[in-house]
Design a protein around this ligand. Sequence first.
Ligand code: ASP
Ligand code: MG
Length: 410
Amino acid sequence: MALVVQKYGGTSVGSIERIKSVARRVVATKNQGNQVVVVLSAMSGETDRLIGLANEINAEHSPREHDVLVASGEQVSISLLAMAVESLGEKAISFLGSQVTIKTDSDHSRARIKDIDGSRMQDALAAGFIVVVAGFQGVDAEGDITTLGRGGSDTSAVAVATALSADVCEIYTDVDGVYTTDPNICSEARKLDKISYDEMLELASLGAKVLQNRSVEFAQKYGIPIHVRSSFSDTEGTIVCKEDESMEKAIVSGVAYNKNEAKVTICGIPDRPGIAAAIFSAIAKEGIVVDMIIQNTSAEGLTDLTFTVPKLDYDHALSALEKINQEIGAREINGDKNIAKVSIVGIGMRTHASVAARMFTVLSQENINIMMISTSEIKVSCVVAEKYTELAVRVLHQEFDLAKVTTNES
Ligand code: ASP
Ligand code: MG
């Protein structure tokens, strides 16, 4: 008998009909001879609705009350699913995070799971119940409700699977797996059978949002494979797991893009110790997260610095810099909101030369100017004008033969 953890996202439980269909799938999994633990998100749109209410009543509300409110969405979905399972003649029991016990730190709305006491879930499983657990929420040392950040029920599911030493952790969502790129942009995009944790983390942070990043980090740390698949079909999805040799055969596994950043350039700043520190301290003080940073070698004691920030923080970043320009003495501060970051990701890059050169060549053949470049061991990213995003994604997908199966995928 296997122990299966299944997580269903908001769209999968977005209506009574859909909850009933999840119930049928869960019961079918049990009838195949498995023990089943289900982790749920709130019904789609519910968390946003609750956050809206909170902001309407008091935009400055305390983090504790925020979590008491937003955690309630999952209480609704778990009880409804348990009822739906009961109506199919099976035993089901729902649990809140505090009941099973998903212990977290007290960092409200982005709490981290510290420990899970799986005994209550285990007892219920042994007694023949289908166990339904609220995702997204936990409880801190004081007994206060916490939440794990948007998309946090993915992390709940992986953590529950780890605590129970589950055989599989299946994440059911509204897409049928992880694709080589966004199928809405590139009709040749192909579903991957397998992808490594590291690649998934890079793709997710670049905007290919399927799993909450923390869930992937958690799974990587404990070596739990995640099966991402669709709740609307029976087709196999994508397994996110430890890398193996077959994965390395593909130099590039995916092309990602991100249109949510803007670039800021500071020209003609004195090239001396303390300037970068002053600039990025000022930005950090405003709570703005910086992504790529590029500094030129200096000419005549002056240098330029370019970095990217979330588009939403662009104006804020410029005004923070204007404020400290007395101190840093830059000739000019400017920027551009109409940019996009296009990236290629693949663990095969570690062992192949000239991947970056191929990327730059393909972009140049389309006359796409590269404004910024950054690389990691398994990724090359280029900032280009936003209007070229789709074109860049398509030509890169083509150049690296992503429509074709290059690993030993079947
Ligand atoms: N309901 C939460 C959210 O909308 C958690 C989740 O869906 O994973 O972010
Ligand atoms: Mg999600």
